[in-house]
Write a protein that binds this ligand. Structure first.
Ligand code: PLP
Length: 390
């Protein structure tokens, strides 16, 4: 059996999404900026997709800009605000568990003279609203806090953050890449100024992102080039991907609540059973509002990579930390951020359940994980030390 439990890294493109995309590679392939019929047909499909997404998000179609990834949208938002509001101030507030697309953008801006406050989070990954209020100063131009975390699934109190930012007239950006397609997003009602999403996290194609820019929010240019996207983002529009993202978001939106419940039930069952079967494990962020399918488990006294490889051998795909940190073997800043000691952070595995996962698959994983952990612990010096001292 092959079981894909890495849906936070990326998802399979929905067959219906793929079907809707294909004509825009082979039949309606004109450049959406061209004035001839070929181009205008592409442009029409793009604008219909923009309208569809705008209706789902409850925003104006003119407030949506297509980009090539969540990473690009995050950069465009953060660097764009930094540039446009430079005269007003140089201070940015973020959390210490952001995705690298935000974290490393902030780090880079520090080198350019911006000051960044990284808010600490509690053991569940939640920021403290009082600390956020206290961090604000007259130079603060941007608050960027992720909607939901990719490693542990924690959903931040976005409405409260937005309220504070709005009161202080500070631009509020949220990276909603992991939230889109799983939670109902209402940026306008919530008071969000800038919101990032990415197609490949909700059964759409890779390489397509979106930035919601509330009307009136100023952004300095990050990329220079042609006049596409009303001069806000240059580059030939990727119409097949735009069509795919809109269809995927619509499909997710049509089943939001029932799929949330189905995945949350599967996750709870998985976590309960795992805790019954294996000693010395921790379910991370269990006490927080969480994404339905994200389960971050710390298997104490083990290395995540050896668990990952053993599971891979059994056809089970998971992630240690986040996909983006799986190339470097440093402990995840998210896990350290929620207070997990470095040696235990290394033994953490993210199981991320998606819409194609079934109870049978979860049962297969529940049967395979315990013997793997037992075997690995038998050869773990840390486990030996722990059991000897008991
Ligand atoms: N933000 C979060 C929270 C993510 O999980 C990811 C992807 O892992 C990104 C941003 C980056 O999105 P993309 O892969 O589209 O660049």
């Amino acid at each position: 059996m092959r079981v894909y439990l890495d849906n936070n890294a990326t998802t399979k493109v929905d067959e219906k999404v793929l079907e809707k995309m294909i004509p825009y590679f082979s039949e309606v392939y004109g450049n959406a900026s061209s004035m001839h019929g070929f181009g205008q047909e592409s442009n029409k499909a793009m604008e219909e997709s923009r309208q569809k997404i705008a209706e789902i998000l409850g925003v104006g179609a003119n407030e949506l800009v297509f980009t090539a990834s969540g990473t690009e949208s995050d950069n465009m938002a953060i660097r764009g605000v930094a540039k446009a509001y430079k005269r007003r101030g140089n201070h940015i507030i973020t959390s210490n568990i952001e995705h690298p697309a935000v974290k490393n953008t902030c780090k880079d801006l520090e080198k350019e003279g911006y000051e960044v406050t990284y808010l600490a989070v509690d053991e569940n990954g939640l920021i403290n609203i009082e600390e956020l209020k206290a961090a604000i100063k007259k130079e603060t131009i941007l608050i960027t806090v992720m909607y939901a975390n990719n490693e542990i699934g924690t959903v931040q109190p976005i409405e409260e953050i937005a309220k504070i930012a709005n009161e202080k007239k500070i631009v509020f950006h949220t990276d909603a890449v992991q939230a889109a397609g799983k939670l109902k997003l209402t940026p306008k009602e919530t008071g969000i100024d800038l919101l990032t999403i990415s197609g490949h996290k909700f059964y759409g194609p890779k390489g397509i992102g979106l930035l919601y820019i509330k009307q009136g929010t100023r952004l300095g240019k990050v990329l220079t080039g042609g006049g596409q996207e009303k001069r806000r983002r240059p580059g030939t529009s990727d119409v097949p991907a735009i069509v795919g993202m809109a269809v995927a978001l619509e499909a997710a939106n049509n089943h939001l609540e029932e799929e949330f419940k189905r995945e949350a039930d599967l996750r709870d069952y998985f976590e309960d059973e795992l805790q019954k079967k294996i000693p010395e494990i921790v379910v991370n962020a269990k006490g927080a509002p969480r994404l339905p399918g994200t389960s971050s488990i710390t298997f104490k006294y083990l290395e995540g990579e050896s668990i990952l490889l053993s599971l891979n051998f059994k056809g089970i795909a998971v992630s240690s930390g986040s996909a983006c940190s799986s190339d470097d073997l440093q402990a995840s800043h998210v896990l350290l951020g929620i207070g997990i000691p470095v040696e235990f952070a290394h033994g953490t595995i993210r199981f991320s359940i998606g819409k194609y996962n079934t109870k049978e698959e979860i049962d297969y994983v529940l049967a395979e994980v315990p013997p793997i952990i037992e075997k690995l612990r038998m050869i773990s010096p840390l486990w030996g030390e722990f059991t000897n001292n008991k």
